[in-house]
Design a protein around this ligand. Sequence first.
Ligand code: HEM
Length: 417
Amino acid sequence: MSNRFYENPVIKWIEYRLPIFSFIDESVGSGYPTPKNLNYWWNFGSLAGIVLVVLIGTGIMLAMNYTAHVDYAFESVERIMRDVNYGWLLRYIHVNGGSMFFILVYIHMFRGLYYGSFKEPRELLWIIGVIIIVAMMATAFMGYVLPWGQMSFWGATVITNLFSAIPLIGNDIVTWLWGGFSVDNPTLNRFYAFHYLLPFIIFALVFLHLWALHVHKSNNPVGIDIKGPQDTIPFHPYYTIKDLYGLGVFLIFFMFFVFFAPNFFGEPDNYIKANPLVTPPHIVPEWYFLPFYAILRAVPDLWIISAKLGGVIAMFGSILILVLLPWLDRSKVRSAKFRPIYRQFFWVFFVDCLILGWVGANSPDAIFHGVPFLWIGRVTTAYYFAHILFVIPLISVLEKPKPLPDSINASVTGGTK
Ligand code: HEM
């Protein structure tokens, strides 16, 4: 920020008591030096942050018109869609915003995997990210129950029932989660309370995420540390304008769904009011849970561990295992640009995750060219864990990385050793 700004008497008065302007300047202003070579994959964090704010804003306004009671929830959502001024817009922005949030954060995570952003000294930044994605999933799951459609009810029933696989105390846990003996009014009420609370917790976690980010600053496409001022440019105006440009492009994508295909990511069955006596033919979760749903259903009975318990452990394990990545990958080189073997296996892993999503959308008994989906799911689940536990550690010690540039500046101007 220019000296003239700080000479303004009002700014001076506030700054002396609470140095908020210099804090903002050092966080997202001209006082924050940022690697000069960031590409567009570095736009996704700020986009996710903006969508989080949009979700909270539209969510609060939806809450003003929503009734969390099994007799009224479905109708109150219909009323929002038909009678509340711009209620349809608020709801479509909120619902599609949820899908956008997951698209952005998944891209953000794969970016981190590709460029080794999870490595030292950003391990804690990464771990906070893993906690954020878990909190996002809990929030999305509980939000989906609120309209009290068929998928809301049956999705909640299937997923909460998973806890019954825990030996001895499983059934008690499920009763405790439900607040009764089936998914019912107490369940809807507590899900509503948590769905309202969790986004604020995510917000606080994002604050910690950015705090950790700002200690060592952003990683970058070549993955080498900042060595001096020649490697950086001020965040403002360079990255503020780049982030704004990214926001414009993203909004075109987002608004396309809101205005032209608002139910693209949804399930038609959720426009039927919940009926505990009629089970829908296919119970499928929202698209962003599909890979995990495939993992849940892929595990067979293993010795004393039932398929159900094994599936639950594998499903939760598939996310929590990401916490170990900074220690499983021992390569000193961060960016996949200089890691030819890691780079190829990164894409294998990426495709594996896509196939898991496709498997999750299909019934395990369905057959694809003679192969049951159950088996495609088993192979891709096995690879998912093998990739993280064996492939990454092995590559990290066996691979010979390509020579690194001398500096970030040299990589931009073309100098490599
Ligand atoms: C609410 C969700 C999230 C928000 C708003 C968010 C926000 C951000 C922002 C603004 C940045 C800096 C800009 C950028 O690098 O794109 C960042 C960096 C980062 N985030 Fe997130 N993030 C979220 C979730 C996650 C998750 C789920 C993970 C991983 C599990 C993650 C891992 C990282 C890492 C490793 C970096 C450093 C990247 C680098 O410097 O190369 N984030 N995040």
